[in-house]
Ligand binder design. Sequence first.
Ligand SMILES: NC(=O)c1ccc[n+]([C@@H]2O[C@H](COP(=O)([O-])OP(=O)(O)OC[C@H]3O[C@@H](n4cnc5c(N)ncnc54)[C@H](OP(=O)(O)O)[C@@H]3O)[C@@H](O)[C@H]2O)c1
Length: 274
Amino acid sequence: MGFQTEGAIAILTGASSGIGWELARLLVQGGARVIAVARRRERLQALRDAVMTQTSGTADRPSRGVLTAVEGDITEPEVRQRVIDVAHEIGGGRLDLLINNAGIGAIGSFESATEQRMRRVMEVNFFAPVELTRLAIPLLKQGQAPVICNVSSVLGHRAVPDKSEYCASKFALHGWSDALRAELYPNGIQVTLVSPSTTRSEFFDAVIDSAPREKRWGLGSWPPDRVARATLRAIRRRRAEVILSCGGKLLVYADRVAPPLVNLAVASRRPEHR
Ligand SMILES: NC(=O)c1ccc[n+]([C@@H]2O[C@H](COP(=O)([O-])OP(=O)(O)OC[C@H]3O[C@@H](n4cnc5c(N)ncnc54)[C@H](OP(=O)(O)O)[C@@H]3O)[C@@H](O)[C@H]2O)c1
């Protein structure tokens, strides 16, 4: 059975911009009741306004999608608990979809970075989704064709230099997703790992220690709405794993076939080798 957005109860983290914003829009448009989480209150308000305008519906085709905003930092345990409490109230103990999308990046050499940088990236990109999922599993067990969708990255399949913290966090998310998928199989809960490549969002404005040269879109980068549509397609089909772009697929498959060549290629792209 596929996943149906109509009437689904969904938690979505990182809804205030980029991929998350577009996912929220699509989910509500599809008739889901979405609990949207992020830190920026004004952005969540703007999202609610945008979504309500979009879903005001017509007399013969009323819209049933609704967005409830929960403002807060998902690295804080009390925020995660609040998200679950709100979902419990809205769904009456049932949850159909959890999208762990919130994420941050860091750029720069590992040697020159701090312990704090690694810990922050791991907290947001790994420990927060892991612990939110732990709280959500009892609700997901009551869901209809339930899905946990973890938004990872191509860099969770193939690591590159100067993004060691980010790659580590997405590799961790990848490994944990594989293990969790097998654990939750008897409960009928699918774990969908989505791996986008460069996406034209605010992501690069928020990276820790970004050098200005890094704030640019690579060739073949996708707009967030395209990533969101592909993500929702993977959720509807209850896919285990999708790598979104052709460039991303090429990198991952080349790395499987000839890792030494890819090692050489990524190392030679560092500034000191140019
Ligand atoms: N952009 C890319 O090139 C790219 C490529 C591959 C994968 N991805 C992944 O795609 C996901 C979405 O990224 P994006 O490109 O849409 O970036 P984005 O526009 O920067 O969105 C990130 C979202 O995460 C939220 N967020 C960050 N830290 C948070 C925290 N501590 N608590 C709650 N919410 C938090 C932000 O909201 P607030 O700031 O309001 O809290 C924002 O809504 C991330 O997991 C990212 O790793 C991105």
